[in-house]
Ligand binder design. Structure first.
Ligand SMILES: [Cu+2]
Length: 218
């Protein structure tokens, strides 16, 4: 049984591991708390002749239930720091990446490609809507902004979700590891047609992508 959408980016597997570890830790705590709650409900239920007693609290118990979650949270943060900084820290983005511009608006994605010269901001740049084409096994860095309200670039298969904010240039990256078509959705409620703000990411073999780029997207 597949619990998560098929992973198709270079960092997806590591993020999934973090997800499962956190789910396991919080799942154990959830079950433990609920079982204890039900046990106490039964054990201390009202009975003939039993008097309620006033409990002032227990410093020992309070220290335990503060320290254990604190250690768990700090532990999770430390353990996942390396992956998150690799995914989110612009200083650590891959150097040899293909660079694209992405602009979100109500209710579409526009993607600007560098054209045959491989450089953005030149004459041969071209823009396409709601379909991002990228080469397989090559990092793609994109500069993202929004023309109106906050949107969010979400490709579940790549485990990437990044807000697009008006007035900000946000950089994000991914490296697709499998040729195919993947859903691109807006993950920030952005207006009446938010639910229709869908696109796709098409991952092509390297040479096919190069040919398409050289042909100005024809
Ligand atoms: Cu949106």
């Amino acid at each position: 049984m597949d619990w998560l959408p098929g992973a198709a980016s270079s960092y997806a597997a590591e993020l999934d591991t973090i997800f499962w570890v956190i789910l396991a830790v919080t799942g154990i705590v959830l079950v433990g708390v609920q079982v204890t709650l039900v046990y106490f409900l039964v054990k201390y239920r009202g009975r003939e002749g039993r008097r309620a007693s006033y409990v002032e609290g227990s410093t020992k118990a309070e220290v335990i239930w503060t320290v254990i979650p604190a250690v768990l949270i700090v532990g999770i943060a430390v353990a996942s720091q390396r992956v998150w900084s690799q995914v989110k820290n612009p200083d650590r983005f891959p150097a040899d990446a293909l660079e694209l511009n992405v602009e979100a608006r109500q209710f579409a994605w526009s993607i600007t490609y560098p054209g045959p010269d491989g450089e953005l901001g030149t004459e041969d740049d071209f823009t396409r809507y709601n379909e991002m084409r990228v080469p397989v096994n090559r990092p793609v860095v994109f500069n993202m902004t929004s023309a109106d309200v906050v949107h969010s670039f979400f490709v579940p298969a790549f485990r990437i979700k990044q807000d697009a904010v008006p007035g900000l240039n946000t950089r994000a990256w991914f490296e697709a590891t499998e040729v195919g078509e993947y859903e691109l959705a807006c993950a920030e409620l952005c207006g009446v047609a938010h639910g229709l703000m869908k696109g796709k990411v098409v991952v092509l073999p390297q040479d096919e992508f190069e040919g398409w780029l050289a042909g100005l997207g024809e």
